[in-house]
Design a protein. Sequence first.
Length: 240
Amino acid sequence: MLNLLVLGDIHSNWPALKTIAKYIGNDRFDGIINTGDFTVYGTFPNETIRWFRKNKKAICILGNTDLRLLRILHGKRLKRPRKEEKRVMYFWTAEQLSPKNQRFLESLPTHREITLNHIRIGIFHGTYDDPDETLYPDAPIHRFQKLAHTTPYQMHIMGHAHTPFYKKVSGVHFVNPGSVGRMYDGDPRTSFAIIRIFSKKVAVEHFRIPYPVRKVTTSLEKNGLPAIYKKMYEIGRKLN
Ligand SMILES: [Fe+2]
């Protein structure tokens, strides 16, 4: 049996990531998949990236926030997001990021594939054919069917929706672990998934566990960042 820990949309929330790491214990897993968005909105980009950099089992891709952050670091203009409270978080993160962690992000692709027990797995932040698509579990079934019928992969592991789900459509597995560090659904606990592959059988389990939210909110305050984020972490909703 193969065990995969699936993480995504961490958004610099190191207290949440650390809580998961302690809860699950590293040795149980054959691989750790990160579906992207390491950075921005939380205040711990370096701690977050370092954990993946040091973890030999980690298979990582970049998300849209990471790509925007790299654009800033490469001296390009940032057109989006337009809202000032979001832009502040991007520029603050860019100032904090260590050169080593920047280089690590620069080395990562935007999608990857792995094959386990003859199951071809695609890892995306958005979707197989649209890196910016936010695929929610209640998307029309024909959208899942179209992906299933055009993909070479038997399993899609995705991020971006910040919504945990698992669906099997037309023989293809679709997995989103939810967000480790920035919840949208009113539940402030951290989210992750474990995929177990036994022969060609697949089992997916989602978890929500509490983590010390105050470590994030006090750090936001200490760094003089917009107060709206404190509220977001406390209630587990997107308000910006
Ligand atoms: Fe995200």
